[in-house]
Every structure is written in C-alpha cells, then in structure tokens.
Design a protein around this ligand. Structure first.
Ligand code: ATR
Length: 277
C-alpha cells in the first residue's frame, strides 16, 4: 500500500483527502491511500523519517508547519526555498525533498481568471504562513506590492524574504512596501486576503474599502474557499468589484503535488470542482 498524508494542526477541515483519493481512484492507483493526520511539532522528524524509509510515499504540509518542517528535509527545491514554505514532500533519488506548489497553484488560478494580473498594483492583507507564496507569485510581474498585517513586524520580515528572492532587476526593494494595518495604498488593482479572518462564518476584516465602489476592474481575491463567500468577498460584490475565492488555487496546488508524487497530471474538471461545493 502506498500511503500519502496531509499533516497540520488543526487538520479536520482539510479537503485534500477528498481530492487526492478521487484522483487515485480515477487513475486506478488502487494500492494508494491519502489520509489526514493531526500532528505536533515534535512529530515532524518522525514523519520525514517515514518518508525516508518508504513507509510514507508523499506528504502535504499545512498550517502551521510549512516552515517548521524545513530543518528535517534533505533539500528544499525552487519556490519552497524562495518562500521558506513547504507544502509537498517526496523522496527523490534517496533524498527527502520539500516542494512548494502554492506559488504555482496560485499563479495558475490567476492565469485562468478573467483579469490580466501582470504589471498591476497588488495589495496583500496578512503575513501568515501562506503569504510568502503569494508574494513570490507576484514578484516578477507586479508593478508594486503593498503588504499590511496587524502585526507589522511580520510583514517587514516578509519584505526581507521578498527582497532576497527578487529576480532583479524587475522588482527592487522599493517596489515592496509595508503599510500600517488599516491604511490603504492610493491605487491598487488586486486586493488579496491571506489572513485567517473569514474562516469562521461571519468574521469581518473591518478594513474600509468604500472608495472602491463601482470599480469593476478591481479584483478582491480571498484565499479562503470554505466558506465559499466570506464577508470580504460579499462586501466586494456589493460594491461592484470582481471577486474570486481560493478554490482554484487549492485544486491547482493539489494537482501539482499529485504530479510530483505520481507523474500523472490529474484533470481539473467539473467533477473534481464539484467535490468542493
Ligand atoms: P501564523 O500567523 O501562525 O502564520 P496563519 O494562520 O498562517 O498563522 O496567519 C494568520 C494571519 O491572519 C496573520 O496574518 C494574522 O495576523 P497577525 O500576524 O497579526 O497575527 C492574521 N489574523 C488573524 N486574526 C486576525 C485578526 N483578528 N485581525 C487581523 N489579522 C488577523
């Protein structure tokens, strides 16, 4: 039996098993199973060792361990290195490697959206575990990136990470700006919620976007996909802005992880999209 896991804490809400087990059935990987497991920080080394011993074939990592798992891995590849955030683990050539498919998954979701996301002003709300991936996704193509977080120091830390990974000369230090929580940039085209506010129904960010009324070309993107429509998106819709939730990003990051593990490109079709409804 080939065993796959998603690890995190909490983990009950994870829909990754639903998607991956669907694909495993669809592509006749009848000896594979994908489960969720709630773990503590002290368990991470053991999980990585089990990948090394071939007891576990692949792991998805979610909040709050995407960074914490790094010291236990043999190598950290590409976007995972640039973001210091690992969401996919796999053994390749006898090395346990960490990958990041959040960056690619997010980019893919934008490519499929009705807007052209290149050369735009981006306003990122939050500086939590997933935010470095969002920053990385925009770093080569944005006109300017603004980041705000309740705890400002965490946004400053992210900016440093952004500066390191900047593919010069496209976006320099001066093009990533940290602004105070509650403030807004003068102009922005995409507003992204990467905070956890909205995961619990009825929660409100309490940021004022009144000036954006009737601005049809501004996209409000919430990484949260469950609930489907957070207040952040509801309010944006009422104002007449474009909206998008995190469903397609979630599916694409899963697609990319599945491909790393099995070398199969699973289809993102209506059937799998509906599984999340
Ligand atoms: P972590 O902060 O451990 O990385 P996360 O779930 O990845 O956890 O991120 C939570 C994000 O939501 C953070 O940006 C957090 O802001 P702080 O860094 O200030 O904690 C944000 N967040 C959570 N609750 C919030 C609230 N009530 N008001 C504003 N931001 C909030």
């Amino acid at each position: 039996m080939k065993k796959y896991l998603v690890i995190g804490n909490p983990i009950e809400h994870s829909l990754s098993p639903l998607i991956h087990n669907h694909w495993m059935r669809k592509y006749h990987l009848s000896n594979s199973i994908y489960e969720k497991k709630k773990v503590e920080k002290k368990d991470l080394k053991d999980i990585v060792d089990q990948v090394r011993n071939d007891e576990i074939k692949g792991v998805n990592v979610t909040v709050p361990f995407k960074k914490e798992i790094i010291p236990f891995l043999d190598s950290v590849i590409g976007d995972a290195h640039l973001t210091q955030s690992v969401n996919t683990v796999c053994k390749i050539n006898n090395e346990v490697c960490g990958y990041n498919t959040d960056v690619g998954g997010f980019k893919k979701s934008l490519q499929e959206s009705p807007i052209d996301y290149k050369n735009k002003n981006i306003f990122i709300l939050g500086a939590g575990g997933v935010t470095s991936s969002i920053l990385q996704a925009f770093i080569d193509t944005a006109k300017k990136i603004y980041i705000t977080n309740r705890t400002k120091e965490k946004a400053e830390e992210l900016k440093k990470l952004g500066d390191l990974s900047t593919a010069l000369p496209r976006l320099g230090t001066e093009n990533i700006e940290v602004i105070d929580w509650g403030e807004r940039p003068e102009a922005c085209d995409i507003v992204l919620n990467t905070t956890s506010i909205g995961l619990t129904k009825g929660e409100n960010l309490n940021l004022d976007f009144k000036d954006y009324k009737d601005k049809k070309n501004i996209l409000f993107y919430d990484l949260i996909y469950n609930p489907k429509e957070t207040n952040f998106l509801k309010d944006a819709k009422l104002r007449g802005n474009m909206t998008m939730n995190g469903k397609m990003m979630f599916l694409w990051q899963a697609h990319m992880a599945f491909k790393i593990w099995t070398n199969i490109s699973p289809k993102i079709d209506d059937e799998v999209i509906k599984l999340l409804d």
